[in-house]
Design a protein around this ligand. Structure first.
Ligand code: SF4
Length: 343
């Protein structure tokens, strides 16, 4: 990584790209279920061949969704998958999003294809101005076994270098499993000090898809991982006071009281984002459909100060570990943690 390849701060990115410094409504497009990696924790089925053969989003439909969601108030478009870079028409869609007027155009990627500088340059020239790269360890020995692709760490590092040198605002995402939780503090230090990112998303395992199939290898209780999550947050806040985005996904206030503001998805959804899949459309309730089907509460939650707003914990987690870790909070903590710029 060259010395110049450091990330923009969220304030610098907002000023450069004309982003408001408040939450933007999101148009999230799942382009296809295809992927060029084999991540052991993936939400998709472990039978990747079956998922890879599923039909992707029709280009004309994708174009229409981009336009209608913009008219419906979206100002950030997020291209996801599968892996969005395996969708051949991604550069065309990025160009169209820019033409429509989206100020924030983002991809969430494993970085394998973005290691190709010409491809990264093509996307940046089309209008891509923000990316979330999935990085699951601070070294190849930690990252590669999780993606199932030898050499993937070197590629995601090259992707980061390409995007940063092209002026793309970068965040990272990390899935926490039994394979990598002890490395979280080191990883957070690596991405904040090394890449200069000012937001890194820490996601507790969702036991669905491949993660469900691999749960005997991946499972990790909250009790075991939380000391490392806490340490990772301390490392983060040693350099950065306020993250750009919510950093903790699939965590709850009763597990980390005083960090509520950093948690992205623990409440019953009130967001108004649009989610477009190749075979379904969820307008104004993209997280609602996930929350409704995957989560549950315990009888003890009735005694919790957050009971009315908390969406609870995941059913599959409960099936593995039970509910003893979810101890109702009698009162709200005095402080709720720093408020992200986009919360
Ligand atoms: S309502 Fe239940 S799951 Fe939610 S924070 Fe309180 S104890 Fe935890």
């Amino acid at each position: 990584m060259s010395k110049q390849a450091k990330g923009l701060s969220i304030e610098a990115a907002a000023s450069r790209f004309g982003w408001p410094l408040t939450r933007m409504k999101v148009c999230e497009l799942t382009l296809s279920y295809k992927c060029n990696a084999r991540c052991v924790f993936c939400y998709s089925s472990p039978e990747m061949e079956a998922w890879n053969s599923k039909k992707g989003l029709d280009f004309r439909k994708a174009s229409a969704y981009l336009l209608s969601s913009y008219k419906n108030g979206s100002r950030m478009v997020q291209f996801i998958g599968g892996e969005p870079t395996v969708y051949d028409e991604l550069p065309k869609l990025v160009r169209l999003a820019a033409k429509i007027g989206y100020p924030a155009i983002q991809i969430v990627s494993n970085g394998l294809r973005l290691a190709d500088r010409a491809y990264a340059r093509e996307l940046a020239a089309a209008g891509l101005n923000t990316a979330v790269l999935s990085i699951h360890g601070a070294a190849a020995s930690a990252h590669d076994p999780i993606t199932g692709i030898e050499g993937s760490f070197a590629k995601v590092m090259k992707a980061a270098e390409n995007l940063l040198s092209l002026g793309v605002y970068l965040n990272t995402g990390t899935a926490v499993t039994g394979l990598n939780y002890k490395g979280l503090p080191r990883l957070v230090k690596f991405v904040t000090a090394g890449l200069g990112v000012d937001s890194c998303h820490i996601i507790a395992t969702h036991y669905i898809g491949a993660a469900y199939e691999n749960k005997s290898k991946l499972k990790i209780s909250y009790a075991a991982q939380l000391p490392y999550v806490e340490e990772a947050l301390r490392v983060f806040h040693a350099n950065i006071r306020r993250p750009a985005f919510g950093m903790l996904s699939n965590y709850l206030p009763c597990l980390l009281p005083g960090r509520e503001n950093l948690m992205g998805d623990w409440k019953y959804p009130v967001d108004d984002d649009d989610l477009f899949l190749p075979d379904a459309v969820y307008r104004d309730r993209m997280y609602g459909m996930i929350t409704d089907s995957l989560r549950m509460k315990a009888p003890a939650c009735r005694g919790c100060v957050y009971n009315k707003v908390c969406a609870g914990f995941e059913k599959e987690y409960f099936a593995i570990y039970g509910g003893r870790e979810f101890k109702p909070l009698k009162r709200k903590p005095a402080a709720l943690g720093p408020d992200p710029v986009y919360s």
